[in-house]
Design a protein around this ligand. Structure first.
Ligand code: ADP
Ligand code: MG
Length: 339
């Protein structure tokens, strides 16, 4: 029997990377979330070969102080929480301080960040978790992260990557959701030089719906809004004649975070009731704001799954708001109909 020993940091990071970095789209997600947390108003994403050769995310956010840049890549290093009680009121998208360490452990990464407080910029190059270059730099305010040759040193993981089209599909889907979730941020996505998405950052969500799904879809959407003491709900849902064969057209945004929820899907289904043909689903972009303490995002590393502490109330509110929107369009007969 071997004796127990603590893994060295590099190996520990590589193992942790297996959880955080499943595929290129996970890298895109972590880098874009960091850009959002940094208060960016523009986020540009450049991808080559489905993200397997290059993922570059450029933002105009607050940046990282040059003295902190190497620390940002250490495991459990975060500027977003500092005490246990912070866990119950998480307002940022990130908080585990694991993403950059994990990504850097399984790629060749170069980071340039110019910090708004100090006005100074620094460049750092990390290969397989080891810093290979660090120097002062000249850069506009914000951060540029370039991740090359993802999984070059973990061949077992690389082998599991699907086709470029599949990997790009995951990235593109995620970027579309981010754009829908943050109409105030101008988001672009380019793959091998061609543009896949460009939003204006004006705050107009219908404009983003048009950019993602096309203008005829945008024209078939109804605005919804409702609130109760706990939740503030806004968004758009499709008229019943615009349906899809699956639930992928449902985007739920809770406190700025895109998540999936069976409960919310069910409440949409309930609201449309018999207006939808069997096995057809609506298109919807729902944004819910609630006090962070009503939401547990610390369920799964991807943070895609959350727990609501007042799920039944939220479901009821969504159902009511969607019914009201459909009712105003007379899809649902009102009390005075049938006269
Ligand atoms: P987390 O997001 O959980 O804090 P990360 O490993 O993703 O952990 O990032 C570590 C830290 O690096 C963040 O807390 C933040 O201070 C800094 N950082 C990372 N990306 C950016 C960015 N694009 N702009 C500004 N700061 C960033
Ligand atoms: Mg992060």
């Amino acid at each position: 029997m071997s004796r127990i020993k603590v893994l060295d940091e590099k190996l520990a990071n590589q193992i942790a990377a297996g959880e955080v970095v499943e595929r290129p789209s996970s890298v895109v997600k972590e880098l874009v979330e960091n850009a959002i947390d940094a208060g960016s108003t523009t986020i540009d994403v450049y991808i080559e070969e489905g993200g397997l050769t290059l993922i570059r995310v450029v933002d105009n956010g607050g940046g990282i102080d040059p003295d902190d840049l190497p620390t940002a890549f250490a495991r459990h290093a975060t500027s977003k929480i500092s005490s246990g009680s912070d866990l119950f009121r998480i307002a940022s998208l990130g908080f585990r301080g694991e993403a950059l360490a994990s990504i850097a452990a399984v790629s060749r990464l170069s980071a340039i960040s110019a910090n708004s407080d100090s006005g100074l910029a620094r460049r750092l190059v990390i290969e397989g978790g080891t810093i290979v270059a660090e120097e002062p730099a000249n850069a506009p305010q914000g951060t540029e992260m370039s991740v090359r040759d993802l999984f070059y040193n973990t061949p077992a993981r690389l082998k599991y990557m699907k086709s470029i089209q599949t990997e790009l599909g995951h990235i593109s889907d995620y970027i579309n959701r981010v754009a829908l979730a943050h109409p105030g941020i101008a988001v672009t996505l380019k793959h091998n030089g061609s543009s896949l998405l460009q939003t204006l950052g004006t705050g107009d969500r219908l404009q983003v719906i048009a950019a993602v799904y096309g203008s005829s879809t945008a024209k078939a959407m109804l605005p919804i809004s409702a609130s109760d003491p706990d939740f503030e709900l806004t968004g758009y849902v499709s008229k019943p004649e615009l349906t899809r064969a699956n639930r992928n057209g449902i985007t739920l945004v809770v406190n700025g975070r895109y998540i999936r929820s069976f409960a919310v899907n069910a409440s949409l289904q309930q609201a449309y009731h018999t207006l939808l043909p069997i096995n057809r689903f609506p298109l919807a972009v729902l944004e819910v704001e609630m006090h962070p303490s009503l939401l547990d995002v610390n369920v799964h590393p991807s943070k895609m799954e959350v727990r609501f502490s007042k799920e039944a109330e939220l479901k009821a509110l969504i159902e009511k708001a969607v019914k009201a929107a459909l009712g105003a369009q007379r899809y649902i007969p009102g009390p005075d109909s049938g006269k």
